[in-house]
Design a protein around this ligand. Structure first.
Ligand code: IPM
Ligand code: MG
Length: 365
């Protein structure tokens, strides 16, 4: 089986973290004899500079022609004043919508080695292992009508039965392989669209997933509970905008936005990207944390190549590297060894090599 990967490094630190991701992908593919082909494409501000559009048809068709897409990051100050439809962020939304990536998975796992890197107390964080299922192609991000004039601005929040059902199913299915709990986050005390969301989620739960423990939580409370006691969560299921906000909160539980990977899946296509943005302030300085990108490659192995054991090995390699006290600036604390993006990449590769060696010798015995 040969897999085609479309690589979209994008803007800011995107190319640096993509380099780390690709090195890990290549290394593992060679180890296990997985046949991969890559192609690089412009997207975001760099595409606007070259082609006057942040997403060309050529890039889009390369994604349609791929088995998996990897995206570094898009955006930057340089393009902030462009009209809405030419902004790098608009390209990302168009890509998600065009590929039908309705299910956005953002795992937030606290590594013991990083307990001191968070602004929250270690005893609050220790043992946290949650995953956010964010609906990604609907809700207020895409609802019509939308716009603004001199006196007002407006957006529309709509969810259909089908849209809620399909993301709810994904969340329940994954909860079944985890600790069997789903927290559905909404604002049903104020919004009709949330009352509808809640009704559909409960219907699916009753009909297909009654073995899963389901509870509802208002989004303001969920934000508070995430920093108060994150251990209470297993799977969080929520709409597009709430998921955007809550996943940044969850990122800080892990110590840094630089740690959070993501997978966006549809019926046919898959996109993997670190949750952090393009961080223009540190771009090109070899300072960025590549771990979210590397962890996103782990998700690619689990979800696109159906090799969860490799996904786990990559996660272990990250843990092992952190255990050796290597830190990029964003997760640095006293007594640790401060290293660059490329050294972190190479250290993870070394840890991966060690993990593969351990596995081989275990098999030989
Ligand atoms: C994210 C980002 C995007 C979003 C932006 C860049 C459009 O914040 O992936 O969380 O809002 O979805
Ligand atoms: Mg966001």
């Amino acid at each position: 089986m040969k897999y085609k990967i479309a690589l979209l490094p994008g803007d800011g630190i995107g190319p640096e973290v993509t380099d780390a991701a690709v090195k890990v992908l290549q290394f593992v593919a060679e180890k296990i004899g997985l046949d991969l082909s890559y192609s690089y494409h412009l997207m975001g501000g760099c595409s606007y500079d070259a082609n006057e559009t942040p997403l060309t048809d050529a890039t889009l068709s390369a994604c349609y022609d791929s088995d998996a897409v990897f995206l570094g990051a898009v955006g930057g100050i340089k393009w902030e004043t462009l009209p809405h439809h030419l902004k790098p962020e608009a390209a990302l939304l168009k890509l998600r919508k065009s590929l039908g990536l309705f299910s956005n998975i953002r795992p937030a796992k606290v590594y013991n080695a990083l307990l001191d890197a968070s602004s929250l107390r270690p005893e609050v964080l220790s043992g946290t292992d949650l995953v956010i299922f964010r609906e990604l192609t609907g809700g207020i991000y895409f609802g019509e009508p939308r716009g603004y004039d001199e006196n007002k601005g407006w957006n529309t929040l709509v969810y259909t039965t089908e849209e809620v059902e399909r993301i709810a199913r994904k969340a329940f299915e994954v909860a079944r392989q985890r600790r069997g709990m789903v927290t559905s986050v909404d604002k049903a005390n104020v919004l009709e669209s949330s009352q509808f969301w809640r009704k559909v989620v409960h219907q699916i739960h009753k009909e297909e997933f009654s073995d899963i423990k389901l509870n509802d939580m208002y989004v303001d409370n969920a934000a508070m509970q995430l920093v108060r006691n994150p251990k209470q969560f297993d799977v969080i299921l929520t709409q597009n905008l709430f998921g955007d906000i809550l996943s940044d909160v969850a990122a800080m539980i892990t110590g840094s936005l630089g740690m959070l990977p993501s997978a966006s899946l549809g019926e046919k296509y898959a996109l993997y990207e670190p949750v952090h943005g393009s961080a223009p302030d540190i771009a090109g300085q070899n300072k960025a944390n590549p771990l979210a990108s590397i962890a996103s490659i782990g998700l690619m192995f689990s979800y696109s190549f159906n090799l969860p054991e490799i996904g786990l090995a990559i996660e272990k390699a990250i843990e092992k590297t952190l255990g050796k006290n290597f830190r990029t600036a964003d997760i640095y604390s006293d007594g640790m060894t401060l290293i660059s993006t490329t050294i972190m990449r190479d250290e993870v590769l070394k840890s991966l090599e060690e993990i593969f060696e351990e596995k081989n010798s275990a098999v030989a015995v």
